[in-house]
Design a protein. Structure first.
Lengths: 387, 252
C-alpha cells in the first residue's frame, strides 16, 4: 500500500515532465495500434478467403484471360462442386479520386453467389438481379457510402472495356460478419461478353478467373494440381491456387510497403522506449539522495529498485491504457476517411494485446537500468548526491 | 522506548583499531587511522573536527552505512563489520536512527508518513503505528503539522520531523550528522533541546557530528578528530576517558 502510494505520488512530482512522457506514450501506443490495424486491413481480403474456394487464372499472368469453355472442363474435375467466372471491370465512378474507387466484377450470375455464402442476399433481390441483364448487386458498405437504393442507376466509365456502362441496382447484399468486405459491385458477365463481342470480337468469350468451389478444403492442393494438369501444354495454361493464396499474391506486390509500415510501428515503440528510459534515468538520478535515505532507514536495495520499476510501469500502463482507448475512435475516424482503401478496418484483439505488451515491456526495460543503479548505489555516495 | 537517565557504564559502541580509506583513481586515500573508542549506553557524544578530519566517515561507520577497511566495530555487542549488505539494512532498521543535516525527508510524504517510514519495517499493526507516530509528533511539538508536506514546513520543523523519524522505532543509537548545520540559532536551539530530552529523559545514546560549539554544549562528551585520528577529549565532567568511556588513538 505504502509502496503504491510512493510510486503514484512520485509520478506526478514533475507534472510537466510526466505529462509530456504520458502524451508521448499515448501517441506512440495509438500510432502502433493504428499501423498494426493498417497491416491487418491489408490482409482483410485474404482473411475473408474461404478454404473451400480455389481461383484458376492464366499461368502467365493475371492480365491474360482464360477461355470461357474451360468452365465445363474444370467442373468435370473430381472434387469440384461449382465453377464461377469473374472479370475485373475497372470502371470509373464519378471521377478518378481514390475515394470513389471500388471494385466491379462481371460474374457468372447464375451461380456466382452460391459460391459466396458470406454475402447475404435477399432471395427476391437475387432473383431480380439474375433476371435483369443490366442489373447490379452492390455491397452494403458501398450502398451506404453513396446512398444507393434498389432501382438507382449507376453509370460507370469503362477503362479496360471502353464506353459508358449503366447498371440498375437490383439488390444490396449484407456481410455475414465484420470480416466480410461489402464494397464491391457485381453485374452480369453475359452483358459484358455481348458488348465486347460487338466491339472487340477477339476479346469475347474470355474470363479473368474461374472461382472454383470444392467440397473438401483439405484436397485443395490436389484439386488445384488436377485442374492445372487438365490445361497443361494448352495455349492458356492455368495456375490454380487457394483463394487465400490468390489474395496474398496481390499483397505480395505491396509486401515492401507492408514491411515498412510494420517496421515504422516498431520504430515508434523504440523511440518511446528511449523517451521513457531517459525520463526514468533523470528521475532516478535526481532522487539518489532519497533512495540513499530509504536505505539508511533500513529499506533494502530491492525496495528501492522496485520503486523505480513500479513508477516506470505505472507511467507506461497509464499512457498505454489511454493510448489503447484512443485507438478505437481514431480507427473509426481513419476508416471513415480511408474506407475506400480499407473496407475492413478494425482494431483486432491481437493488436490490443500487442499494445499492452509493448507498454509493459517499455515500462519494464526503461526502469531496469536506473533501478539497478539506484539499488546498487552506496549509501554514502547517494547521500552526497545533489539532484 | 526505554528510559535510563544519564550515561551508563555498558559500552553500547566499542571501536577497536578501526581504519578506513577511499580510492581516488589508483590512489588509496586514508581517512581514519587506528581508531579505538568506547561509547557507553545513554551517552551524548559530539564528534568535532575540521573538514576532512573523518568525523562523518566515523559516524557513517558507526551507523552501518559504510564499511571499515580494518578493525572491529561492536554496537550493542554485535560486530557490524561482519554483516552483509542486506543484514546491515535489517540491522540499521532496528538499531540506528539517523538525523541528517538537510533533513532528508521524502518530499511526497507528509510529516506523519515520513515519521511512519521506519515502522513499516516492523511488524506493528497500522493502529499501533498510528499511535506511535502521534506520540512522536507530540513529543517534537508537531501534532498540528502532521498532514503538512516538507515544503510546507520550516527548516526547524523539518528537522523535528526527522528527529521523530529517527527515534520512532526505538533504535539502539541515534546518529546525527550536523543536525543544526542548516538552521538559524533559534531553530538550532530547539533541535538541541530536543536531542537533550531524548538523551536525558529517554536514555537514548546520541552520537552527533557538529561544527557548532553551541551544539557541543548539549553533549556530555566531545570526541575530537584531526586528520583521521582521535586527538582529545575536550569535555566531560564524568571524565570520558577515565571512567566509563575511553577515547584513544594516535596523538591522544
Amino acid at each position: 500500500m505504502y509502496y503504491l502510494k510512493l510510486v503514484f505520488k512520485n509520478i506526478f512530482r514533475h507534472k510537466l515532465r510526466s505529462l509530456l512522457t504520458l502524451l508521448g506514450l499515448v501517441v506512440a501506443i495509438l500510432a502502433f495500434g493504428l499501423l498494426q490495424s493498417v497491416v491487418n486491413a491489408w490482409y482483410a481480403g485474404s482473411d475473408m478467403a474461404s478454404a473451400r474456394r480455389l481461383v484458376a487464372r492464366n499461368a502467365v499472368s493475371l492480365v491474360f484471360p482464360l477461355p470461357i469453355y474451360y468452365r465445363e472442363r474444370i467442373r468435370a474435375v473430381d472434387g469440384v462442386t461449382a465453377v464461377g467466372t469473374s472479370n475485373w471491370f475497372g470502371g470509373i465512378y464519378r471521377d478518378m479520386t481514390p475515394a470513389n474507387f471500388f471494385a466491379q466484377f462481371a460474374v457468372d450470375h447464375e451461380n456466382f453467389f452460391d459460391l459466396y455464402s458470406e454475402f447475404r442476399t435477399r432471395p427476391e433481390e437475387l432473383l431480380a438481379w439474375k433476371k435483369d441483364r443490366r442489373g447490379a448487386l452492390v455491397g452494403r458498405l458501398l450502398a451506404d457510402q453513396y446512398g444507393w437504393r434498389v432501382g438507382d442507376v449507376i453509370p460507370l466509365k469503362g477503362t479496360i472495356y471502353p464506353g459508358t456502362w449503366e447498371f440498375v441496382v437490383r439488390g444490396i447484399y449484407e456481410p455475414r460478419d465484420e470480416s466480410t468486405i461489402t464494397r464491391q459491385l457485381y453485374f452480369h458477365w453475359d452483358l459484358l461478353n455481348e458488348e465486347i463481342k460487338l466491339k472487340y470480337p477477339r476479346r469475347a468469350e474470355q474470363v479473368g478467373v474461374f472461382v472454383v468451389g470444392i467440397a473438401d478444403g483439405s484436397r485443395a492442393a490436389e484439386i488445384s494440381q488436377a485442374i492445372d494438369r487438365e490445361f497443361r501444354n494448352s495455349l492458356a495454361e492455368t495456375l490454380t491456387e487457394t483463394e487465400k493464396a490468390f489474395q496474398l499474391s496481390f499483397i505480395a506486390q505491396t509486401e515492401t510497403i507492408i514491411a515498412a509500415v510494420r517496421i515504422v510501428s516498431f520504430v515508434v515503440i523504440v523511440i518511446i522506449f528511449a523517451v521513457v528510459a531517459n525520463t526514468m534515468a533523470m528521475t532516478a538520478r535526481e532522487r539518489l539522495a532519497e533512495y540513499a535515505t530509504l536505505k539508511t532507514i533500513g529499506f533494502g536495495p530491492a525496495f528501492v529498485g522496485a520503486l523505480i520499476i513500479g513508477e516506470s510501469l505505472m507511467i507506461t500502463a497509464l499512457g498505454g491504457a489511454v493510448g489503447i482507448l484512443a485507438t478505437f475512435p481514431a480507427a473509426a475516424a481513419f476508416k471513415a476517411a480511408m474506407g475506400s482503401f480499407f473496407p475492413v478496418f478494425k482494431v483486432a484483439p491481437e493488436t490490443v494485446a500487442m499494445q499492452v505488451a509493448c507498454a509493459l515491456v517499455v515500462g519494464l526495460l526503461a526502469g531496469l537500468l536506473p533501478s539497478i543503479r539506484a539499488a546498487r548505489v552506496k549509501i554514502v555516495d547517494g547521500l552526497r548526491y545533489i539532484g | 522506548m526505554s528510559a535510563s537517565p544519564g550515561a551508563g557504564t555498558r559500552p553500547i559502541v566499542l571501536i577497536t583499531n578501526l581504519a578506513k580509506g577511499y580510492r581516488r583513481g589508483d590512489q588509496h586515500v586514508p581517512v581514519l587511522f587506528d581508531i579505538s573508542l568506547s561509547i557507553p549506553e545513554g551517552d551524548f557524544i559530539a564528534l568535532m573536527g575540521p573538514s576532512g578530519s573523518g568525523k562523518s566517515t566515523l559516524l557513517n561507520l558507526i551507523a552501518g552505512i559504510d564499511k571499515p577497511d580494518s578493525g572491529e566495530l561492536l554496537v550493542d555487542g554485535e560486530d557490524i563489520t561482519r554483516l552483509s549488505e542486506s543484514e546491515l539494512a535489517d540491522w540499521r532498521a532496528s538499531h540506528v536512527g539517523f538525523i541528517f543535516q538537510f533533513y532528508n525527508l521524502m518530499p511526497v510524504l507528509d510529516a506523519f508518513e515520513n515519521v511512519e517510514l521506519p515502522l513499516l519495517l516492523t511488524s506493528l499493526s497500522r493502529r499501533e503505528r498510528r499511535e506511535r507516530v502521534d506520540m512522536a509528533l507530540a513529543l517534537v511539538g508537531l501534532t498540528d503539522r502532521r498532514d503538512h508536506y516538507p515544503n510546507e514546513l520550516s527548516g526547524g520543523q523539518q528537522q523535528r520531523v526527522a528527529i521523530a523519524r529517527a527515534f520512532i522505532a526505538d533504535p539502539t543509537i541515534i546518529v546525527a550528522d550536523e543536525p543544526t548545520g542548516d538552521l538559524d540559532r533559534k531553530s538550532a536551539g530547539e533541535i538541541l533541546a530536543l536531542l537533550r530530552r531524548l538523551n536525558e529523559e529517554m536514555g537514548k545514546t546520541i552520537i552527533m557530528v557538529t561544527h557548532d560549539w553551541h551544539a557541543v554544549e548539549s553533549a556530555r562528551h566531545v570526541v575530537h578528530l584531526e586528520k583521521g585520528e582521535l586527538v582529545d577529549d575536550k569535555k566531560g565532567a564524568d571524565s570520558f576517558s577515565a571512567s566509563s568511556a575511553t577515547a584513544s588513538g594516535k596523538g591522544i
